[in-house]
Design a protein around this ligand. Structure first.
Ligand SMILES: [Zn+2]
Length: 586
């Protein structure tokens, strides 16, 4: 891999200290399967788990899409980190300090650290305000809305005083510079010079990232003045649409229930949460984004979107849900009765009724189709065309070819239109790939290498002794696949230097994704135990045989050329070589 500035031995130390099972299960639940762990692949959509993690070898491999590698590759793939970022994250986990110069952007790091600290202090300040006399009406408002004291504490709810400089005064006394406060989005410059607090006379909802660090604030008015909500602007630590309100408090329940309920507002989140529905998050007003889908995908592949009564049937809103399908997730939708949002529904009808509504959620396809059917006549050509044109972009988002063809079939039945016409229309949908086999087929193809060679890699990784044995009989070049011979060559080097060959460390020597995949796939090959020695000998003989066969073919061609050109001397020497080769075979 592109090891860059971080020394190789540091990376090897990090890899040997961390546990890949711990790293991966921090994102997705792993189940034990014999010596290994198994789960649904986070990189492609599947119904039965084919994603394997080996604690012994410290690697993972998916038999569905072929992705595989070590803990670093996992972070790069899953968190979309750059190589040095992934190494840095693991170093932190392993408690290994990287030299300062090798860290990313020291300047930005100290700024972001400052911003987290400022936000924490600000949240504390707003929180303590809530118990002060000027906040009486705010506190009463929260209690009247049914928010419990424990929720106020848990979600660090607070109050911004009705003053222009309350926060400025408080943080200035703690020696925080105004320029940092401005960067944190908490104060605004006055035209006449100086600054003023952004949030005044508002209830404050701190927004946290997945590590429970406060990254921004949402602020709500007490009366009906507009705007009802004001939020922090984007800052170096906060990007709109990249976080979900309440997620840090909900992850355990989301994992346990294997689905997440998504609502819109802060109160829509808090009221059901404190009533016992804990696998819930709030999008906080913005349209759902791919980043938010990916954030949830770390914990579950299933989401239920709860819409307010008045949102029912807004196609523009529904269209944004296609991102979940693109991420290979299952998305269901439920709509509350007219005039209700989750907050008011739970307060009026209780949590059990709300849970029941969630249970009754329809999958996106059915939900959307029902809305369209209520608007357009499914009996008339025009209506059919309108429905198809709205449904097809959604169907086209399915990456899984089987699901896609199932929905095409379903649509053709609903509309009573032949399937091939639907497919034809589907291929016309702009900006989408034509209906075809899933892309993952090609990814797997890349690994299509000789099973004997894979088997040998597996056995060499298991015992250093095997590497020595193979080294006696074969050379890296004897392996037909160029990638395999590179892997073997590195293993030979390791042994020559007296180093042990750790699988995850070996992977680290290659930048190419397909080489990591070859190694990780080999690890999980099944070999009948007991007869290992014979298997190894067999493999060696087979590769040797193949090598001789190839040499023979090559000689054969050379002899033919020599004969044709009448070069007797060359012919004699080639014939001699040929006889030697045949003897060697026996
Ligand atoms: Zn996969």
């Amino acid at each position: 891999m592109a090891v860059g500035r971080i020394p190789e031995n540091t990376i090897e130390e990090i890899l040997s200290r961390i546990d890949i099972v711990e790293v991966i299960s921090g994102y997705i639940p792993l189940k034990r399967a014999g010596r290994n762990f198994r789960t649904l692949c986070p990189f492609h959509h599947e119904k039965t788990p084919s994603f394997m993690v080996s604690a012994d070898r410290q690697i993972y491999h998916c038999f569905g899409c072929g992705k595989g590698g070590n803990a670093i590759s996992f972070l790069i793939e899953y968190e979309r980190l750059e190589f040095p970022e992934a190494v840095e994250a693991l170093a932190k986990k392993a408690g290994i300090a990287l030299p300062e110069s090798q860290k990313q952007d020291v300047g930005t790091t100290s700024l972001t650290t400052q911003l987290y600290k400022i936000n924490e202090l600000t949240a504390l300040f707003y929180g303590s305000n809530l118990d002060s006399p000027p906040a009486l009406s705010a506190k009463n408002y929260l209690l009247k809305r049914g928010i419990k004291e424990e929720s106020i504490k848990l979600f660090k709810l607070g109050y911004a005083l009705d003053k222009w400089d309350a926060l400025i005064g408080h943080l200035r006394a703690k020696n925080i510079s105004l320029s940092f406060l401005e960067k944190a989005g908490l104060i605004l410059p006055k035209e006449s010079g100086g600054y003023y607090d952004r949030f005044r006379n508002r209830i404050i909802f701190p927004i946290s990232d997945i590590k429970s660090r406060v990254i921004a604030f949402g602020a709500r008015v007490l009366d009906n003045t507009l705007p009802k909500y004001v939020n922090s602007p984007e800052t170096p630590i906060y990007t709109k649409g990249k976080s979900l309100y309440g997620l840090p408090a909900a992850t355990d329940a989301i994992r346990e229930n294997d689905y997440a309920v998504i609502v819109e507002g802060y109160l829509d989140f808090i009221i059901p949460y404190q009533s016992g529905l804990k696998n819930i998050v709030a999008s906080c007003g913005t349209a759902l984004t791919t980043e938010q889908a990916r954030l949830l995908k770390r914990y579950t592949h299933n989401v239920v979107i709860v819409y307010d009564g008045d949102m029912a049937g807004e196609l523009a809103t529904l269209r944004t849900l296609d991102i979940f399908i693109e991420e290979g997730m299952n998305v269901r939708v439920v709509c509350l009765p007219q005039g209700f949002d989750p907050d008011s529904f739970v307060r009026k009808n209780g949590i059990e009724n709300f849970k029941q509504k969630v249970q009754q959620a329809q999958n996106l396809f059915d939900y959307k189709l029902n809305i369209l059917k209520s608007r357009h006549s499914i009996k008339e050509a025009e209506g059919k065309a309108r429905i198809a044109s709205e449904m097809l972009p959604t169907i086209n988002k399915f990456k899984n070819a089987i699901l896609k063809s199932e929905y095409i079939k379903k649509l053709s039945e609903e509309l009573n239109v032949a399937e091939h016409h639907i497919i034809e229309e589907s291929n016309k949908v702009k900006d989408d790939k034509p209906f075809s086999a899933p892309a993952q087929a090609s990814a797997k193809k890349a690994l299509d290498i000789n099973p004997t060679e894979k088997l040998l890699i597996k056995m060499m990784l298991e015992e250093t002794e095997t590497i020595n044995r193979i080294k006696e009989h074969l050379e890296p070049a004897d392996f037909q696949d160029e990638r395999v011979s590179r892997i073997v060559s590195i293993m030979f080097d390791f042994v020559a230097q007296g180093k042990s060959v750790g699988t995850s460390i070996l992977i680290n020597h290659f930048a190419e994704e397909d080489i990591s995949q070859i190694i990780s796939e080999s690890v999980f090959l099944e070999v009948s135990s007991g007869d290992k020695d014979r298997v190894i000998d067999d493999c060696i003989q087979r590769l040797k045989g193949k090598k001789i066969k190839l040499q023979r073919q090559h000689l054969h061609n050379q002899i033919k050329t020599a004969q044709a050109s009448g070069d007797q001397i060359r012919l004699d020497s080639l014939m001699e070589e040929f006889h030697q080769l045949i003897k060697k075979r026996d």
